[in-house]
Design a protein around this ligand. Structure first.
Ligand code: HSE
Length: 439
């Protein structure tokens, strides 16, 4: 057992909302077990908060409404940043680092957008910035990729990494509930971001994907190059047609290494219904990681919520306490690869990414339209995997034609869609969704 007679480590919590409250409660409830793991006790010496959290009994703990008091408190060795957002959180983290304090954060937006700068400053000062809770809530996927899979050349990863979006898609599919209604429930449960468009437009997932791609491939964080497409325009019709073809639609983040560069994209995606990840429902998250030695691995768990996220924050805290005595140059690097060994392999624009496609074409019920569509695809070397034509819909007499293609570079599908939309028999924009087999 570690030397528990050593003085406890003093930490400061900034933000006592959903994650801050969960972190405080887990630290109190499991104090003894955590100390036995860390080798030292962990004491919350100060909390910065805007208002009290009724779920936390903070009697006797000094509080403030100024986060910088925590960052400048000479007794505190580790600052836990749980206020979220980009601006104040960045100032707080940089101030804590400048004061020689280690930082634990759950802030994916902060790391994805400002991480390169923050890590550089942390290296100068010899302090740790830990961010396991930033990706996939309670799932220790950063540790798994950074440490557990360190032997591998990672080929690709794909994940359901936004709990709110997955909760919405699940409730819509299983219970036919309305989008807005489910979103409100996700907000009440503390899953959704302060600005829920981050959840439903894929921005939150792109923050997390950016972080995962960096530690998987050893590249700097490049959130601005991630492609994002949300779930707000998904229709029940496409969800049902996908099911009929043997697929589930999930909001997936995909990062894939190719010779030309790295694909970094978040979008609704058809996944074969029998894949484990296609059956990840509700607020649960899952990340598949494919490495050349290990093959495909899957990490599953609660992707948001009070104590699941606290589980990752406290695990980071234990790591930092264990590493307090380690020479800074021998610690696990922030982005998994040594900072002077990051690669400049480019992130590919979406037009150069490769995927299979689901296309829904609303066509007039005339002979020859299907043949024209098929020849547009064949002229561009695009193979059709399956095709389904439904009855004409009563109101407008239009026939939905649903096609799934083999894999092709996106630029060619964009061209093919433009050609289809120029046909006389095609009356409205073609619906295009990406398909990933994940095998
Ligand atoms: N809004 C996020 C989600 C919280 O729903 O997944 C966890 O990062």
């Amino acid at each position: 057992m570690g030397n528990l007679s050593v003085k406890p480590v003093k930490v400061g919590i900034c933000g006592l909302g959903t994650v801050g409250g969960g972190t405080f409660n887990v630290l109190q409830r499991n104090a003894e077990e955590i100390a036995r793991r860390a080798g030292r006790g962990i004491t919350v010496a100060q909390i910065a908060m805007r208002s009290a959290n009724p779920q936390c009994d903070i009697t006797g703990i000094p509080t403030t409404n100024d986060v910088f008091e925590v960052a400048c408190n000479p007794d505190i060795e580790i600052v836990i940043e749980l206020i979220g957002g980009y601006t104040l959180a960045k100032e707080l983290v940089l101030k804590a680092i400048d004061n020689g304090k280690h930082v634990v954060t759950a802030n994916k937006a902060l790391i994805a957008v400002h991480g390169n700068e923050i890590f550089a400053r942390a290296r100068e000062k010899g302090v740790i910035v830990a961010f396991e809770a930033a990706v996939a809530g309670g799932i220790p996927v950063i540790k798994a990729i950074r440490e557990g899979l360190a032997a591998n050349r990672i080929n690709w990863l794909a994940g359901i990494i936004n709990g709110t979006g997955n909760f919405i898609l699940t409730e819509m599919r299983e219970k036919g509930r309305a989008f807005e209604d489910v979103l409100k429930e996700a907000q009440a449960l503390g899953y959704a971001e302060a600005d829920p468009t981050f959840d439903v437009e894929g921005i939150d997932a792109a923050h997390k994907l950016t972080i995962l791609a960096s530690i998987a491939f050893g590249i700097p964080l490049q959130f601005d190059k991630a492609y994002t497409e949300g779930i707000t325009r998904l229709t029940t019709a496409d969800v049902n047609y996908a099911e009929a073809l043997g697929y589930r639609i999930k909001h997936l983040g995909v990062a894939r290494r190719t010779e030309a560069g790295i694909e970094l994209r978040v979008h609704p995606t058809l996944i074969p219904a029998d894949r484990l990840i296609a059956n990840v429902n509700g607020v649960m998250n899952a990340v598949m990681v494919n490495g050349d030695a290990v093959g495909s691995t899957l990490y599953y768990g609660a992707g948001a919520g009070m104590e699941p996220t606290a589980s990752a924050v406290v695990a980071d805290l234990v790591d930092v306490v264990r590493a307090l005595t380690t020479d800074p140059t021998n610690r696990v690097p922030h982005l998994a690869f040594q900072p002077d060994a990051l690669s400049d392999h480019p992130i590919l624009p979406i037009e150069q990414c490769e995927s299979a496609y689901y296309l829904r074409i609303q066509a007039k019920d005339h002979p020859g339209v299907l043949a024209q569509v098929a020849s547009i695809l064949s002229e561009r070397g695009i193979n059709i995997e399956s095709i389904m034509q439904k009855e004409a819909e009563e109101q407008d007499g239009l026939v939905p034609m649903i096609l799934v293609t083999h894999r092709v570079v996106e630029a060619r599908i964009i061209e093919a869609i433009a050609a289809m939309e120029a046909l006389d028999g095609v009356t409205s924009p073609v619906i295009r969704l990406r398909v990933e087999q994940l095998n």
